[in-house]
Design a protein around this ligand. Structure first.
Ligand SMILES: CC(C)(COP(=O)(O)OP(=O)(O)OC[C@H]1O[C@@H](n2cnc3c(N)ncnc32)[C@H](O)[C@@H]1OP(=O)(O)O)[C@@H](O)C(=O)NCCC(=O)NCCS
Length: 198
């Protein structure tokens, strides 16, 4: 099965708040672009929200946590070969950073990358995460040459499971007590999608 396609396309650097920032993918409503130090406050706004981080291995963040995250992102971006894309999800119309998404190469030889996303609470329920996830999947297959995109999500987080399904991933496995996170063992669904040519 192949994944759903999106409007993702190669884009030149764009000017954003006076800086040149690389746009990685675009959709009808969103721009997925590289993060900068100037994003600290906007990231901190959602990364410190307990409802946003409930199913994530990190957070709620202090400002120092978010600063460390940004430093790690910059280091990951500079690595060659680059294995980590941690991107801002920005609304086209404002432009406002409303969340973050991630594609990390987890196995270079097998061509596998894992996918993640989080949105500020005020932007849930508008189809934005699904739009971002679809664009990242397309980026993984068409730009990175990935063969497989995968993600884990808790059964208790059905909105995330639905986002993965809408991005073309299928549920492959159920892992009981897969991760110990924030004081308790969490079950996981593993979702994945193979590149159309695989
Ligand atoms: C999960 C999250 C990214 C979803 O973002 P979103 O932009 O609201 O997602 P979308 O609107 O694109 O799609 C959500 C889908 O889930 C469905 N959904 C939402 N809550 C649901 C629930 N309780 N049960 C079943 N489906 C649900 C929606 O109806 C929608 O599906 P539809 O379009 O078929 O109607 C967002 O809630 C979030 O950032 N959560 C915190 C971070 C997080 O959990 N990240 C994922 C970690 S694995």
């Amino acid at each position: 099965m192949s994944c759903a396609s999106s409007h993702a396309s190669p884009s030149p650097p764009t000017r954003w708040s006076g800086d040149l920032i690389q746009v990685v993918a675009e959709t009808a409503r969103l721009v997925l672009r590289e993060l900068t130090d100037a994003d600290l406050e906007a990231i901190q706004a959602y990364a410190s929200d307990p409802a946003v981080v409930e199913f994530l291995p990190w957070g709620p963040n202090t400002e120092d946590d978010t600063r460390r995250f940004l430093s790690a992102v910059m280091a990951g971006r500079a690595a060659r070969p680059r294995r980590q894309w941690d991107l801002a999800i920005v609304l086209r119309r404002e432009p406002r950073l409303v969340g973050g998404c991630r594609l990390h190469v987890t196995d270079e030889i097998a061509g596998e990358a894992d996918l993640g996303y989080a949105l500020a609470r005020g932007y849930w329920g508008q189809g934005l995460a699904s739009e971002a996830a679809r664009a990242l999947v397309e980026f993984a297959f068409t730009r990175l040459g990935a063969r497989r995109v995968w993600a884990v999500c808790e059964p208790a987080n059905p909105a995330s499971a639905r986002v993965l399904e809408k991005a073309g991933l299928r549920r492959e496995r159920f892992l009981r007590a897969h991760r110990f996170m924030k004081g308790r063992w969490r079950d996981s669904y593993v979702y994945a999608c193979d590149s159309p040519g695989r």
